[in-house]
Design a protein around this ligand. Sequence first.
Ligand code: TRP
Length: 453
Amino acid sequence: MNKINKRDTFKSKIGTIAVLAGGCVGLGNIWRFPYIAGENGGAAFILIYLAVSLCISIPALLSELALGRNQRCNAFRVFRKIKDKHPWKNSGILGIITGFLIFSFYCIIGGWALKYFELAIMNDFSGKSTAELSESLNNFIQGGIEPYLYGIVITTFTTIIVGIGVVKGIERLNKILMPLLIFLLLILVINSIFFLPNSREGLLFILKPDFSAVTWNTIFQAIGQSFFSLSLGMGAQVIYGSYISEKDNLIKTAVSVSLIDMSIAILCGLAIFPAVFSFNIEPTAGPTLLFLTLPNIFTQMTGGYIFAILFFALVVFATVTSTVSLFEVSVSYVMEEFQIRRRTACLWVFFALLLLSFLVAESQTKDSSLVFFGKSLFDWFDQITSNFMLPLGGIITVIFAGWIAPKTLLKDELTNKSTLTTNTKYFSVIQIMIKYVSPFFLILLFLELIGLL
Ligand code: TRP
């Protein structure tokens, strides 16, 4: 009992920011943000994204961090501890399930990245035509067992880090990998901007403001992307919040994390799109961009061998810091609800995920029986979590923090009991965001996603 009640806290401010940013920076930054920005007005989109982050997602992030730090428990228990008679008291379970489902396919994609890192080292892309690259990608994914095995490597690594603990495992990993990730990214950006022919066009794709491309849909895209990118709506930030020191300034932390996350997303765009345009290739997003378009470009680029290795190392780092965060959500739940040790909980979650991710990988094989209504289990999990469970979880959390939890909770946490004067001055504005603006737009987004708007 004692060892379970004693709660770790992150050791340094830098460590805290690295951990939170590590949980946020992931595939969303690499394969989604740059493309959405390019298609939706470039710098105009980036401005909207900034506004949306300030008014909608940072308030949601602050709600999660505040709930977590105030109660210092897992994301399921938080609601019950605050209001154990409220009809929503069990709603935290939604986040735990969401995190578990996301992990089951995120680790498989992490496995693809690992495989491609290996292929890059083996110089396997070189001399292959687009058709050959595409064929080997399809064979790999549809083979089922190989992506699964690589996924297991990612899951095992994640289990070990989380098993080591909050400070020595999670904080230390992020303190090493995040600076490394930024360093790799800067090398790639410099190469793309300064050493590739015709990089201007790619820069214009992401940076040129085009307000005529902005529609209502752009705003929804910005909200959805910023929400996913900051890993909101499933308790991941609640659990990280529960490890943040009492002395830290939550508002400063949240704003820094959001700025880092956004800057990394923009830098990914500056690394990727000048290269895409430089070789006259159509811009794409998602798996095709990472595993087809880019290998194809690396085969043609001077120094492509090295840049491919650096790039896929970056993708692996970005996924691993995210799987650690996802894993911790389930582990803290199992640990506290079943009153078992961290390492035992890690093993439980590990085995459960081995099973689920097997099904997910299997669902992508040719003639798999795990295809329902024309979509594989993989696609179902991806779509149900991002389009339904995450926004719903987000709505529940902001409404809970703004309206249901005791009034003093947010104020105490965001101003450190009124000791931070600047925060106290702005508190009422932030409170309006959390109580009205953020839930309003999240509900609109939710209605749009489920097709009611
Ligand atoms: N933010 C991650 C990305 O941009 C994805 C993600 C969503 C996530 N929810 C999460 C990662 C929870 C860790 C924990 O790719």
